[in-house]
Write a protein that binds this ligand. Structure first.
Ligand code: ZN
Ligand code: ZN
Length: 347
């Protein structure tokens, strides 16, 4: 089968691999239809690593996928050949202490698609996954929306961890797909319009189109928020992994406020945080590790028409142009928000 593999930093080329086969009775063979390009894939592409996770070339990335079931193991009941499915890229062990208390996202033995040392990704024609990672689509959800449910589920999980009420005042720092996803999920749940800080003009325009309280570049956000909300914000979502954004988010939080950390700092080993401010304002910090149990709910929100997925998809490229999609995302070119790669058309 054809795959797209990383063979070195910023080298993503077509390759051939043996087609994977079902080797356990709870496995499913899927033909990939659509794969979304994620910022984390692009970190592996550009830098060959994210923190301690280092790529051993050649390597296949990609974890935001949707496909069509081709064959199933004998114990698989909830999907059949021909079904369209969203791929849940996290494969947890189901028996460690974390899995037993429902924290599958911090499973001790987690394998995640496209993560070095764990599993290769889904930028391939075929993929074998455990049945639990194949989520049937509610009617009306297409393959692109199914692939998009992975990053959107992270935003939904972040929203749940932040425990927002309809009155909660919110700032979103960084308006990439995750920051935009938080915004879309807030809208879907009837939350207040958020304040948004984003350096790129085209992303600020997108944010404005989704109904924000205010959208500003980072150099203006620290004047704009206090002018309109003197008490400052209840919750800040850091969605870009930049120290400067974290600093700003903290300065704009009110006493008792909560900082949500979702962004992946590609180069930092340590965040720095101002001790005085953190103590005096008694700030709560919550990390968001991908998501846990939010894919189905995300798919249902999409099926109900409550998430503007079309607004997030900025580019659609054929499989052969995967490298172009990665370059675009790596360089923030052409106003890219979410680029989708069509692996096959499902026929
Ligand atoms: Zn992702
Ligand atoms: Zn586990």
């Amino acid at each position: 089968m054809q795959v797209m593999e990383l063979t070195g930093p910023r080298v993503l080329v077509p390759g051939q691999r043996p087609q994977p086969v079902i080797s356990a009775d709870d496995e499913v063979l899927v033909r990939m239809t659509t794969v979304g390009v994620c910022g984390s894939d692009v970190h592996y592409y550009s830098a060959g690593r994210i923190g301690s996770q280092v790529v051993d070339f050649p390597f296949i990335v990609g974890h935001e996928g949707a496909g069509q079931v081709v064959a199933t193991g004998t114990a698989v009941e909830h999907v059949s050949p021909g079904d369209a499915v969203a791929i849940e890229p996290a494969m947890c062990c189901g028996h460690c202490d974390q899995c037993r208390i429902g924290r599958m996202n911090t499973c001790r033995n987690l394998r995640f698609l496209g993560c070095p040392g764990q599993a290769e990704g889904c930028l391939a024609e075929y993929l074998v996954m455990p049945a639990s990672s194949c989520i049937p689509l509610p009617s009306g959800v297409d393959a692109e929306q199914a692939a998009l449910s992975e990053p959107l589920a992270i935003s939904l999980y972040a929203l749940r961890r932040a425990a927002l009420s309809p009155q909660t005042t919110v700032g979103i720092f960084g308006y990439g797909p995750i920051g935009m996803g938080v915004h879309l999920m807030m809208t879907a749940h009837g939350c207040c319009a958020p304040w948004i800080s984003e350096p790129l003009a085209e992303r600020r325009r997108l944010a404005q189109g989704q109904g924000a309280a205010g959208v500003h570049p980072p150099e203006q956000i620290e004047a704009a928020v206090p002018a309109a909300v003197p008490e400052l914000l209840d919750v800040a979502f850091e969605c870009c992994g930049e120290q400067e954004a974290l600093d700003q988010a903290l300065r704009l939080l009110k006493p008792g406020g909560t900082l949500m950390l979702i962004g992946i700092p590609p180069t930092l080993d340590n965040w720095s945080m101002p001790v005085d401010l953190m103590r005096h304002r008694e700030i709560t910090v919550r990390n968001v590790r991908r998501q846990c149990g939010c894919v189905e709910d995300t798919l249902h929100l999409i099926a109900a028409g409550r998430i503007d997925t079309e607004a997030m998809i900025s580019h659609r490229l054929p499989f052969a142009a995967t490298a172009q999609a990665f370059d675009m995302v790596a360089d923030y070119r052409d106003g890219v928000m979410k680029a989708m790669v069509e692996v096959s058309n499902g026929t």
